[in-house]
Design a binder for this molecule. Structure first.
Ligand SMILES: Cc1cc2nc3c(=O)[nH]c(=O)nc-3n(C[C@H](O)[C@H](O)[C@H](O)COP(=O)(O)OP(=O)(O)OC[C@H]3O[C@@H](n4cnc5c(N)ncnc54)[C@H](O)[C@@H]3O)c2cc1C
Length: 423
């Protein structure tokens, strides 16, 4: 077996958190080796923000934590230490111009995710970080005995690389084709870390109703989505969603999936879409009456085109129970009331989440109770640092997850380098 003389710091995983950790550590003057199992760095970054990379969210830092449903307190120190403004400044100082869009979402001005990766690659090169691609880490090594600490990694080839500090930034399990196949959970667990239950999050949701696939591809803007468990409201928000062959997706649904982690899949959940949230039932009834008056000689089927998108009309007709060929002037008040009810409370039965293949992030991960929030160092194995999606933290869409990767990576890299330079 091949042994080398050792590196001060090894970073495992060349995604957002790993590249930032390597830059931060090398920026502090440490010699850093970055190991990535893909043939290129930042494979996931290329597909973020639909290829445009929503790389942070420039909301006020205090507001940031409202967008983090899972373990926000753990992030206080790292986010305040490298907040969205600092991230934007960091990229801009290295030549990446940014553009701020609706909801404080920050993108590269070029709209190319590849420019984010390129900026990081340039900085890694500038700081003389040694990079090994096609290099899969198989095992985390440690010294036992009186001074229990991390000692390096073993590669897939069997080669052993010694290090004083190892930063694990191997990501979660979502979109495994990008390289995030959950290896880091195994490494952290072998060091004695607890891994909380893992599940896909920011992910489409399956629905039971047979009429949903008929609307596949139909996108709805400005609707309200409400999910209940009995009388308890589990999710209630407005936004954009889309029907698919299995259920529902889109930004509003992805956010719901994050909030329904504990309940969904265990039993069917009742949900409803308010298709006209800007109108009260009374106002909607007046609008329907007006539309019906203008179409009084038409049949029901031909009188609702102004109210619903075409792909939805047959479903609404079925659900309202009003015969499609009924003359509009014959529609009764009770029938109209039912049409209003179907429109304001379009019901769905949510049966579960789609899988990791389709999830934007992984919910769960290395328990944050065992990680120092200001340095990201393991409280269990000295010299081991953990950053990014591998940790049990996750946020809603909007640039918050990448911000978590930058901030935790930056904290880990800085702290690991400072400790090594001190000793
Ligand atoms: C489709 C999609 C769109 C997204 N859009 C956005 C967005 O616009 N904004 C946003 O904030 N977030 C977005 N996210 C989430 C964001 O991409 C992640 O939260 C972020 O990339 C996590 O960074 P990470 O460095 O922790 O993990 P990753 O980016 O997953 O990087 C981990 C790296 O480690 C490598 N690795 C794993 N195991 C090993 C091993 N054994 N040896 C060597 N290397 C290894 C992997 O190959 C990978 O390159 C999106 C996610 C997806 C899937």
């Amino acid at each position: 077996m091949n042994m080398d003389s050792g590196y001060p710091i090894i970073v495992v995983g060349g995604g957002a958190a790993g590249m930032m950790a390597a830059c931060a550590a090398a920026g502090e003057g440490a010699k850093v080796l970055l190991l990535e199992k893909n043939d290129k760095l930042g494979k996931k970054i290329y597909i973020t923000g639909k290829g445009r990379c929503n790389y942070t969210n420039c909301c006020e830092t205090e507001d940031f934590f409202r967008h983090v449903p899972c373990n926000p307190r753990f992030l206080y120190s790292s986010i305040y230490g490298f907040d969205p403004r600092a991230v934007m400044d960091w990229f801009e100082a290295r030549g990446l111009k940014s553009a701020v869009e609706r909801g404080n979402r920050v993108f590269p001005a070029s709209s190319h995710a590849s420019d984010v990766t390129r900026t990081l690659e340039k900085e890694l090169k500038h700081l003389h970080v040694e990079i090994r691609l096609n290099c899969e880490v198989r095992e985390l090594l440690r010294e036992e005995g009186t001074e229990r600490r991390v000692s390096g990694v073993r590669l897939g080839t069997g080669e052993i690389l010694r290090a004083k500090a190892v930063i694990l930034a191997t990501g979660g399990m979502s979109y495994p084709s990008t390289g995030s196949t959950g290896d880091g959970y195994r490494f952290a667990s072998s060091a004695g870390h607890q891994i909380t239950e893992l599940s896909p999050s920011l992910v489409p949701i399956t629905a039971a109703e047979a009429d949903i696939p008929k609307m596949q591809g139909l996108s709805l803007k400005n609707v309200r989505f409400l999910v209940r468990d009995g009388r308890k409201i589990l999710f209630d928000d407005f936004g954009e969603m889309m029907f698919t062959h299995f259920g529902v997706t889109g930004p509003l649904i992805l956010s719901a999936s994050a909030d329904l982690q504990k309940q969904i899949g265990r039993k069917p959940l009742s949900a409803e879409i308010d298709l006209k949230p800007a109108l009260s039932e009374e106002k909607l009834d007046q609008r329907v009456i007006r539309d019906f008056e203008l179409s009084s000689n038409k049949v029901f089927r031909n009188a609702i085109s102004g109210l619903y998108p075409s792909r939805m009309q047959p479903v609404i007709i079925d659900r309202s129970g009003i015969p499609a060929e009924k003359a509009v002037h014959d529609i009764t008040k009770a029938e109209r009331t039912e049409l209003i009810r179907v429109t304001k409370h379009f019901s769905l039965t949510l049966t579960g989440l789609r899988g990791f293949q389709e999830a934007v992030i992984t919910h769960g991960g290395v328990s944050v109770k065992e990680v120092d929030p200001s340095t990201m160092e393991s409280r269990i194995l000295p010299g081991l640092y953990l950053a990014g999606e591998l940790l049990d933290v996750d946020a809603y869409t909007g640039g918050f997850n990448l911000q978590i990767a930058w901030a935790t990576g930056h904290a880990a890299g800085t702290a690991a380098a400072e400790k090594i330079c001190r000793n």
